[in-house]
Design a protein around this ligand. Structure first.
Ligand code: FAD
Length: 455
C-alpha cells in the first residue's frame, strides 16, 4: 500500500485531465481530481462545444437568404437570443454531467474546489489536504485582454457565451481563430460587426493564401474587417461604448470583445515554491512525456502551451496515463495535427503551410484552385472556395492540405489520414472523386502553380 492517499491527483477536470484520470484509473491507479469551476473544462463549458452550437445557430441566416434562389419564400425570420442561449446551456449542462460521471464511474474521487500544491506530494483544496504519489497539472488557460484604458469594459470569449442580449454593434479585437469565429457568429445573428487586428493579416501562422482568402470572404459576408489597426482605449458614453483606434478615429459599439490571446493557468498553483519550472508566458515546461522539472509532477494540455487544442490535450493526457500507470511509455505525437477555424466560411488545415514547407523542404510544388460552390450558382451568394495542396517535390509526398469553404473541417479530417499515412500526390491522383462534391477537387488538382518570378 502506497504511503500516499492517492496514486494520482489531477488538478483540472477539462479535456486533458479527464482523459488522464479516467485512463489512469483504468490501469488500476487510485485517482482524485479537483475542479474549481465546471467539469468538462474550457472545451465543453466555454470553448469548442458552445462555440460550435452558436456557429450552427448563426448560419441559419445565410441558409434563409440562399433558399430564395431555390424557389423558397421564407417569411421574415426572427431570432431570439435568449432561446439560443438557454438551449445551449441545457446541452452544456448535460455534457458537464457526463464528464463528471466519467470520473466517478471510473472510481475516481472528485473534489469541487480550487487546488494548489503545498509540496511535491501534497495538494490543498480549500481546508482539505491530500497527498499523492503523482500529480498532474491540467489547469488549461484563460483569456487575456489588452492592457489599455477601459479594458474592464470589454468582454472575452467567456462572457460572450452569456450575454443577456444580442448586441447590435460589436467590435471584435483580434485576428486569431477565436476572433474570426465570433465575428462570424455575431454577424450571422445580425449584429453589425467590426473586426480589428493589429497585424498584417488575420490567422497568423496559417498558409498565406488561406489567410488572404478568408479575409476576403469575411468582408464579403458583411464583416467590417480592418487590419494593421489597434484599439487604444474604450470608454463608456451615452448609448454604448466608444472605441478609440490607433489611427485617431473611433467607433461606437454596444459590445467590445477581446480575443487577443490566452494565458496558461499557473498563477497561485504553488509551482514556484515546489520548483516546477515555467516559461516566460507562465506555461509549465515539460519533456516529451509531459514530465515537469519535478520528477513526480506532470502537466498536459493548454497549461503547457504546446498545441492548444482539445484533441491534443486528450492525447497528451492519455499518453501520460499509459506511460506512468500502464507500463506503456509513449509520447503524444504533435506532428501533422489537423485543425479547423469555424469561421463563416470555415477553414480546414493539416500539415505545413506553403511558407513553412519552403523553409523545411526547399523545393515544393503547389496545387491550388478557387471556385464557386455549386450551391452558390443558384443562390447567387458571392462566395468562393479555396483548396490548396503543398507537395514535397523530391518525394512527391503531400505535406500540407488547406481549404476555405463549406465543411472544410469535415473534409480536411479525411485528408489528415492520408497525410499522416504519408500519401503522395500520385496517391491523391489515383483516388477517384465523389461527384458532385467540392472535396473531389482535392483529387483532381493537376496543374502546378507556377513559381513566383524571383526579382
Ligand atoms: P481546460 O479544458 O481548460 O481545463 C482546465 C480545467 O482546470 C478547467 O475546467 C478549470 O476550471 C480547471 N482549473 C484551473 N485551475 C484550477 C485549480 N487551481 N484547481 C482546480 N481546477 C482548476 N479546441 C479545439 O480543439 N477545437 C475548437 O473548436 C476549440 N474552440 C475553442 C473556442 C474557444 C472560445 C476557446 C477558449 C478554446 C477553444 N479550443 C478549441 C481550445 C480548447 O478548449 C482547449 O485546448 C482545451 O480545452 C484544453 O484542455 P485542457 O485540459 O488543457 O484545459
Amino acid at each position: 500500500m502506497s504511503q500516499y492517499d492517492f496514486d494520482l491527483f489531477v488538478i483540472g477536470g477539462g479535456s486533458g485531465g479527464v482523459r488522464a484520470g479516467r485512463i489512469a484509473a483504468g490501469h488500476g491507479a487510485r485517482v482524485a481530481v479537483a475542479e474549481e469551476y465546471r467539469y468538462g473544462g474550457t472545451c465543453v463549458i466555454r470553448g469548442c462545444v458552445p462555440k460550435k452550437l452558436l456557429v450552427y445557430g448563426s448560419e441559419f441566416s445565410h441558409a434563409f437568404e440562399d433558399a430564395a434562389g431555390f424557389g423558397w419564400t421564407v417569411p421574415p425570420a426572427r431570432f431570439d437570443w435568449a432561446t439560443m442561449i438557454a438551449n445551449k446551456d441545457k446541452e452544456i449542462g448535460r455534457l458537464e454531467k457526463i464528464y463528471r460521471g466519467l470520473f466517478e464511474n471510473a472510481g475516481a474521487k472528485t473534489f469541487d474546489g480550487r487546488a494548489a500544491l503545498k509540496d511535491a506530494h501534497t495538494v490543498a483544496i480549500g481546508e482539505t489536504t491530500v497527498t499523492a504519489e503523482t500529480i498532474l497539472i491540467a489547469t488549461g488557460g484563460r483569456p487575456t485582454k489588452p492592457a489599455i484604458p477601459g479594458a474592464e469594459l470589454m468582454i472575452s470569449s467567456n462572457e460572450a457565451f452569456h450575454l443577456p442580449a444580442l448586441p447590435k454593434r460589436v467590435v471584435v479585437i483580434g485576428g486569431g481563430y477565436i476572433a474570426c469565429e465570433f465575428a462570424g457568429i455575431f454577424n450571422g445573428f445580425g449584429s453589425q460587426v467590426t473586426q480589428l487586428y493589429r497585424g498584417e493579416q488575420i490567422l497568423r501562422g496559417f498558409d498565406a493564401d488561406i489567410r488572404s482568402h478568408l479575409a476576403g470572404e469575411l468582408v464579403k459576408s458583411g464583416i467590417d474587417l480592418r487590419v494593421k489597426i489597434d484599439v487604444t482605449a474604450v470608454e463608456k458614453v451615452a448609448g454604448g461604448l466608444l472605441v478609440h483606434l490607433t489611427d485617431g478615429s473611433s467607433l461606437e459599439a454596444d459590445c467590445v470583445m477581446a480575443a487577443t490571446g490566452r494565458q496558461p493557468n499557473t498563477d497561485g498553483l504553488g509551482l514556484e515554491a515546489v520548483g516546477v519550472k515555467t516559461d516566460a508566458d507562465g506555461a509549465v515546461v515539460v519533456d516529451e512525456y509531459s514530465r515537469s522539472s519535478i520528477g513526480n509532477i506532470y502537466a498536459v494540455g493548454d497549461v503547457t502551451n504546446r498545441i492548444n487544442l482539445t484533441p491534443v490535450a486528450i492525447r497528451e493526457g492519455h499518453a501520460f496515463a499509459d506511460t506512468v500507470f500502464g507500463k506503456k511509455p509513449r509520447k503524444a505525437d504533435h506532428t501533422d495535427v489537423p485543425a479547423a477555424v469555424f469561421s463563416q466560411p470555415p477553414v480546414g488545415t493539416v500539415g505545413l503551410s506553403e511558407e513553412a514547407a519552403r523553409k523545411a523542404y526547399g523545393e515544393v510544388d503547389i496545387y491550388r484552385t478557387t471556385f464557386r460552390p455549386m450551391r452558390a450558382t443558384i443562390s447567387g451568394r458571392d462566395e468562393r472556395i479555396l483548396m490548396k495542396l503543398v507537395v514535397d517535390a523530391r518525394s512527391d509526398r503531400v505535406i500540407g492540405a488547406h481549404m476555405v469553404g463549406p465543411e472544410a473541417g469535415e473534409i480536411i479530417q479525411g485528408l489528415a489520414i492520408a497525410i499522416k499515412a504519408k500519401a503522395t500526390k500520385a496517391d491523391f491522383d489515383a483516388t477517384v472523386g465523389i461527384h458532385p462534391t467540392a472535396a473531389e477537387e482535392f483529387v483532381t488538382l493537376r496543374e502546378k502553380v507556377r513559381e513566383p518570378v524571383k526579382a
